[in-house]
Design a binder for this molecule. Structure first.
Ligand code: PLP
Length: 432
């Protein structure tokens, strides 16, 4: 099939429920940091396929492991027999996640089913019906995970019953007007309003939070936010659940975003990059959460040997190739270069991030901060035409999200900056 035929067939028979498209690319192959389309044009992928390809695309070490595993044991169901790769993977995950308490691991296939696990097991383990989560948060598409989300794209659907949404601290757009005491204001709001009315601590089983709100607009909270949230949870016997599906496993320059704050969550949700492109997700957490019920959240392919083997190899590559250090160092360089662009283009209102999770927020005017929505889409589209894949996120769809493979080089950052520079120039000159 050529590109045209593929786009046509896709449009005719693939459900729109699966689609969010920023440009009409069709993908023939992917290698390292690059995507190749059906005309053999190469693109540098700053999305890492929505933050999946942390170790880059098509790593031969993962491919070899998969082949070896497929030939030895392609499938078994861990529902009726334990499987070695799955157990080793669980041991490995437990060893890199902080928390001085007994832990267990649950496995699934997507960030959504892992957050679904949280939605079911945390209330069950605490024998409390409610959860708190954050406005702008994104936790998945299944009913339970979507109920935890506070993203406007999902506001059409039912399912938010027992989840109370509270504001997330956004230094660029502080909800209570001032940047001062951003964390304190939110913690006070939870204690003095939420806990005294709709969801008292005796009814609140857990708080689910992203260390950086990615789909919500790559919002980086102040440094004191996670420590204060953890303290709030401890004071009121509530579990703190960190959703690390998108920014976990090295992206922020530490294994996990909460490592920057030295916080040990009661459970951690993992997905996207864990399997090096193979579908696998995990929840790692307190034994009493993961053992709250027997046979209550299981899928036929949970913990299958292929995904588990790929995940084990992916974790080794992250360590061996020192990709966490690369994320930190190249991430700092990337942010610096973007700040230089910000100094030249008024439309760039804010550049923020940690490691290789970076957001560039576009506004019509620096004072009013009116979101520059069409312009954001235009810059992403122009970048695509120039061989660079970026897309936008955020509750206003005006934040360019940069989450490349952690293998990205300084030269590739320089190329990215030159493309973005051109796209902003074309925008300024009204060529796009
Ligand atoms: N949690 C976070 C923080 C995410 O960013 C996403 C997806 O973008 C999910 C959960 C859902 O993951 P999946 O799309 O694999 O179901």
């Amino acid at each position: 099939m050529n590109s045209e035929e593929l786009l046509q067939a896709d449009s005719k028979i693939i459900s729109n429920a699966l689609k969010i498209r920023f440009y009409p690319i069709t993908v023939k192959a992917a290698k390292g940091t690059k995507i190749i389309d059906h005309q053999d044009k190469e693109y540098l992928d700053l999305t890492a396929g929505w933050a999946v390809a942390n170790t880059g695309y098509g790593d031969k070490r993962v491919a070899d492991k998969l082949q070896e595993q497929y030939e030895a044991l392609s499938f078994t169901t861990q529902l009726s027999a334990p499987e070695e790769n799955m157990v080793h993977l669980a041991e490995k995950l437990i060893s890199i996640i902080p928390g001085d308490f007994e832990k267990k691991v649950w496995f699934g296939h997507s960030g959504s089913d892992a957050n679904e696990c949280i939605a079911k097991l945390v209330p069950l383990s605490q024998n409390k019906p409610r959860m708190l989560s954050f406005m702008g948060g994104y936790h998945g598409q299944t009913l339970g995970s979507m109920s935890l989300s506070g993203h406007p794209a999902q506001s059409k659907f039912i399912g938010s019953g027992n989840v109370v949404k509270v504001p997330y601290p956004n230094p660029y757009r502080p909800l209570f007007g001032s940047k001062e005491n951003l964390t304190g204001n939110i913690i006070d709001f939870i204690e003095s309003e939420v806990f005294t009315t709709i969801s008292p601590p005796e009814d609140t089983a857990g708080i689910v939070v992203e260390g950086i709100q990615s789909d919500g607009g790559l919002v980086v909270p102040p440094d004191d936010f996670l420590p204060e949230l953890k303290k709030l949870c401890e004071d009121h016997n509530i579990y703190l659940i960190m959703d690390e599906v998108k920014v976990g496993l090295g992206r922020t320059g530490e294994w996990f975003s909460f490592d920057h704050a030295s916080v040990a969550p009661d459970a951690v949700v993992l997905g996207k990059p864990l399997g090096g492109g193979m579908p696998i997700s995990a929840v790692v957490g307190r034994k009493d959460i993961l053992d709250a019920g027997t046979a209550v959240h299981m899928f036929t392919a949970s913990g299958n040997p292929l995904s588990s083997a790929a995940a084990l190899e992916t974790l080794s590559i992250i360590k061996e190739e020192k990709l966490i250090r690369n994320a930190k160092e190249i991430g700092e360089y990337f942010s610096q270069q973007l700040c230089e662009l910000q100094a030249r283009y008024e439309i760039i209102g804010d550049v923020r991030g940690k490691g290789l999770a970076i957001g560039v927020e576009l506004v019509e005017d620096g004072e009013t901060k009116t979101p520059a929505i069409e312009e954001t889409a235009a810059v992403c589209y122009r970048s695509y035409e120039l061989g660079l894949l970026v897309y936008y996120v955020g509750i206003h769809s005006n934040v360019i999200e940069i989450t490349p493979p952690l293998t990205i080089t300084k030269e590739e950052v320089d190329f990215s900056i030159s493309v973005l520079d051109q796209a902003f120039k074309d925008l300024e000159e009204k060529k796009i």
